[in-house]
Design a protein around this ligand. Structure first.
Ligand SMILES: Cc1ncc(COP(=O)(O)O)c(C=O)c1O
Length: 412
């Protein structure tokens, strides 16, 4: 059983026949055009549907389609820079971001990512900007005292230190792979958005993992009423049926470019690939018809997401489980060698990897990630099942997971 949606990709389940059917129909009609010269009905119609899905904040905006998360992040970073140039703020080019974040594998995305292990050897190749702390309640840098404000204040200081050169702030509303579904304290994202607005930085929400319903809202920023200027999404956008990512920009950003040079200086050969767009469009319809975003909402007690949350809570009693955290259908399980002191396992043990292997041997796929404490130490699993999971399947999966944790401890 796929209990992590591969890598938090799949929200609708595997083998949904309508998606490949829509792709085949599109392929038979028109398989490809180059988007610098042409557009397609599927691109125009799907972009409008996606803007509607993203909500009122994106009315009059536009969508830039790519083949995945990293390409979308690169696109968003360049779009933010071009926006600042178009409005005459040519000094602004720095993109501020968070420690322990992950925004992708390409060099621009890597520059704004904060996870040590995933970027260390490439650092000489990238231009570094400031990183600020990412809220992490289990190991809160401020002892959870006024921490929403304290973390937000870090951003304000970083903007000051950038001396008028900061163009945008990019963040994951809920930490994805690298911290394992750490949900920020209430007020943090609202304050961050306010600070960015005050200092005229664009707000870029990286919803590659959290978008398209994964947390029980169309986009996770909606939990906190935050309205980003640019929203980046991928993974659940196509649930893995086709390579697809999207950058959704507000009218403010679009208008600045339209009124300036008139076009975005950017492009990939496979931007807005019609077959991928057909998959995404069919997926969006399926999401709506199946009420899957509602199913992924862990707040009402009767949803599968709420059942998952309650069931995972039972794992807290295990000796090696330090924290269970998350929202919707995105959960993290952090392991520690000592609960009282929160001491992580030694990185050489690869404890999360061992749990992952023991779970796989039992027929359960999870996503083990090392490094949540400081980029190297720390072990957690990311759990991101599809919204069609049943109560019985959750019960079985959590039972197998508990047994896998115990097995990894014994083998320790
Ligand atoms: C938050 C976030 N941003 C960006 C990416 C990069 O996406 P991709 O692997 O599709 O390039 C990921 C991938 O895990 C992600 O979780």
């Amino acid at each position: 059983m796929d209990f992590s949606g591969s890598a938090a990709v799949n929200l609708i389940g595997h083998g949904v026949a309508q998606i490949p059917a829509a792709m085949a129909e599109q392929a038979a009609d028109l398989e490809f055009i180059h988007s610098s010269q042409f557009t397609t009905p599927v691109a125009e119609e799907y972009a409008q549907e996606l803007l509607d899905f993203a909500g009122e904040n994106f009315r009059g905006g536009r969508v830039y389609f790519t083949c995945g998360g990293s390409e979308s992040i690169e696109t968003a970073l360049k779009l933010a820079r071009q926006y600042q140039v178009e409005i005459g703020q040519t000094k602004r080019y720095q993109i501020l971001s968070q420690h322990q974040s992950y925004h992708g594998s390409t060099l621009g995305a890597l520059a704004v990512s904060g996870n040590r292990r995933r970027r260390e050897i490439y650092l000489p190749m990238v231009k570094e900007f400031a990183h600020v702390g990412m809220p992490y309640c289990y190991r809160c840098a401020y002892g959870c005292k006024d921490c929403a404000r304290q973390y937000a204040a870090e951003l304000e200081r970083a903007i000051g230190a950038a001396r008028g050169e900061a163009a945008a702030f990019v963040f994951e509303p809920v930490s994805g792979a690298t911290l394992g579904a750490a949900v920020p304290p209430d007020g943090y994202l609202q304050q961050v958005a306010e600070i960015c607005k005050h200092h005229e930085l664009l707000v870029i929400a990286d919803e590659v993992m959290t978008g398209m319903g994964r947390t029980g809202r169309n986009f996770a920023v909606e939990h906190w009423g935050v309205a980003p200027d640019i929203l980046v999404t991928a993974k659940g956008l196509s649930s893995g049926y086709a390579p697809l990512g999207a950058v959704i920009a507000t009218q403010k950003v679009v208008n600045a470019i339209a009124a300036g040079s008139g076009s975005f200086v950017h492009g990939f050969t496979y931007s807005a690939h019609p077959i991928s767009l057909a998959a995404g469009r069919a997926l969006l319809r399926h999401l709506r018809e199946g009420k899957l975003v509602q199913a992924a909402d862990s707040i009402p007690p009767e949803t599968v997401a709420a059942k998952l949350s309650r069931s995972l809570d039972s794992l807290r009693s295990l000796r090696a489980v330090g924290d269970v955290r998350g929202i919707g259908l995105l959960w993290g399980l952090e392991f520690v060698s000592d609960k009282a002191s929160k001491l992580p396992f030694s990185p050489e043990l690869n404890f999360a990897g061992r749990v992952g292997k023991a779970a796989a041997d039992r027929g359960l796929l999870v996503y083990p990630v090392p490094g949540c404490v400081d980029g190297v130490a720390g072990d957690h699993l990311l759990l991101a099942p599809p919204a069609i999971i049943t109560e019985e399947q959750i019960a079985w999966a959590v039972q197998q997971l508990g047994a896998a944790v115990e097995e990894a401890l014994v083998a320790n």
